[in-house]
Design a protein around this ligand. Structure first.
Ligand code: SF4
Length: 86
C-alpha cells in the first residue's frame, strides 16, 4: 500500500520528500504552478512504489505508510488519492 502525506505537511510543505522520491510521485513541488494553491503536498498512490524514502526526509513527520496512518489522519488516504485520480 502507498505512503500518505498527512496534515502536519500544511505547516511546512518542505519539499524534501519530493527530492527523496525516486519515481516523482509527490506533487506539487515548489517549482510547479499548483504549489501556490494547495495547502500541502500529496503522494500519487498509483505511482508510489512504497520504497519508504520520503518518510524520514519529512521534517514534520507528516508521511506514513498507508497501514500506519494514525486514526485521526485516515481521511488523508483519500485526500492524497483524490488529488490525482478524481
Ligand atoms: S514511499 Fe518512495 S515511491 Fe512512495 S512517495 Fe515515498 S519516496 Fe516516493
Amino acid at each position: 500500500m502507498p505512503y500518505v502525506i498527512t496534515s502536519p505537511c500544511q505547516s511546512s510543505r518542505d519539499g524534501a520528500c519530493v527530492d527523496a522520491c525516486p519515481v516523482d510521485a509527490i506533487h506539487p513541488s515548489e517549482d510547479e504552478p499548483q504549489f501556490g494553491v494547495h495547502p500541502q503536498l500529496y503522494i500519487d498512490p498509483l505511482s508510489c512504489i512504497e520504497c519508504g524514502a520520503c518518510a524520514p526526509a519529512c521534517p514534520v513527520e507528516a508521511i506514513y505508510a498507508h497501514e500506519e496512518v494514525p486514526d485521526e489522519q485516515r481521511e488523508y488516504i483519500e485526500i492524497n488519492a483524490a488529488h490525482y485520480h478524481n
